[in-house]
Design a protein around this ligand. Sequence first.
Ligand SMILES: Cc1ncc(COP(=O)(O)O)c(C=O)c1O
Length: 453
Amino acid sequence: MSSNVKLLKILKEYEICSTSTSILRNHPIVWAEAHGLEVTDVEGKKYLDLSSGSGVANIGHCHPHIVKTMVNQASSLIHTGWNFASIPRILFLDKLKDKVPDELHHFMFAVTGSEGMETALNLACFYTKKTQFAAFHGSFQGKTTGSLGLTSRTSFKTDVSPAVSVSTYFHYPNCYHCPFRLSSDSCKMFCVQHMEETLNLPSGGLENLAGIVVEPVQDSEGIVVPPVGFYKRLREMADRLHVPLIFDELFTGMGRTGTFFAFEQEGIVPDILIFGKSIAGGLPLTIVAARKEITTSFPSIRYNSTFSGHPLTAALGIATLEIFEEEQLVERSAKMGDYLVKELMQLQSIFSLIGQVRGKGLMIGVELVRDEAKTPAEEEAKLFVRKALEYGLILLSGGNQGNVLKIMPPLTLSKEQADQIIQTFKRILIEIEEVQQIAEYSYSVALSSFCWL
Ligand SMILES: Cc1ncc(COP(=O)(O)O)c(C=O)c1O
């Protein structure tokens, strides 16, 4: 049996430091197998995956139907090139259309999420003949040059000049940390009003605006869940301003937030939609869907790439949608999400380290804070993630200060697994509290001896 440490030495030596440092610092294990939620490392230790492998394993890892479909399809046709048709490509589109509103029945295939985002931006620019976008603080839209232009987090952007420029970043409705210091009970979503007023200013950027790009829940910023009504308000604003509304549902789509797409929760339809991650059961595939009037004159040569419409990923797309139906994963996401949030709120009532529990479906954030002023508990979150791994949970943290624990397990999560997560969280919270008490005690002893002197 290989050891984690031995194998990771090779990673440290040869993979660029930003990736290998993150693995070595936060999750120094080497995955050997993964089935459903369960991951086994090369030393045979088992973990529950609360990350879904960057939000990809919504149907669970190595689902038997996926494995079987992969073997079957791979033994007849793997690749055609974007300019040739195949049966899976056609049947997949036929099945996909039942999941997407009629208005968006024009699809484009991409591979990564960032490529899908580039396609969406291209499409919006081509349609509007304009080149700038309105995006949100805390956004993450990808790391290719154009998509990076919309990503607000500066940590992703060092030394890069994005080709697509954002007219302005606007405040996302982050009610726990309202940038306008308003109360969500009475603010009437002032942030959205402020956005429209700013865009309408002579220098607001509306003249050259090709679209408004939004994530229905911000993942990277620490699972920021906007209040109900936000999507509707954006839809109305985009209509008034005559600009396309672009929903990046790469993370929130495919049942993650308790409906197949998050926008369904407010009965609206965006103009351009990007989704993927889990659509091909673990292989890379992204879909861009858009209104017919937007896609009609768009030349296909502008978006197709070598692997577009790939028969293997298309066959896996069909299998994934079948699994969603058979296992009722969307309903499961909503039900298990509610259960986890309720249990986590119970923990919040006991442990002051938990500042807020927020989520939609199985996209849940637990923000750790030091005090009532919401000082980010950055070190505690790091310790939490390390202890979680020790006790068998693969957990990511996010947010600007890294103090939000992100719970995003496969949607196949069972009640027993949910209880295991809660019990482990409780154990870790107790241990962190003990560490804090010891630290406070040592501090007070030091302080009292100082006073005595
Ligand atoms: C909301 C969102 N948009 C875009 C992307 C970029 O996707 P990719 O990493 O596949 O390029 C991601 C990736 O995590 C994402 O979560």
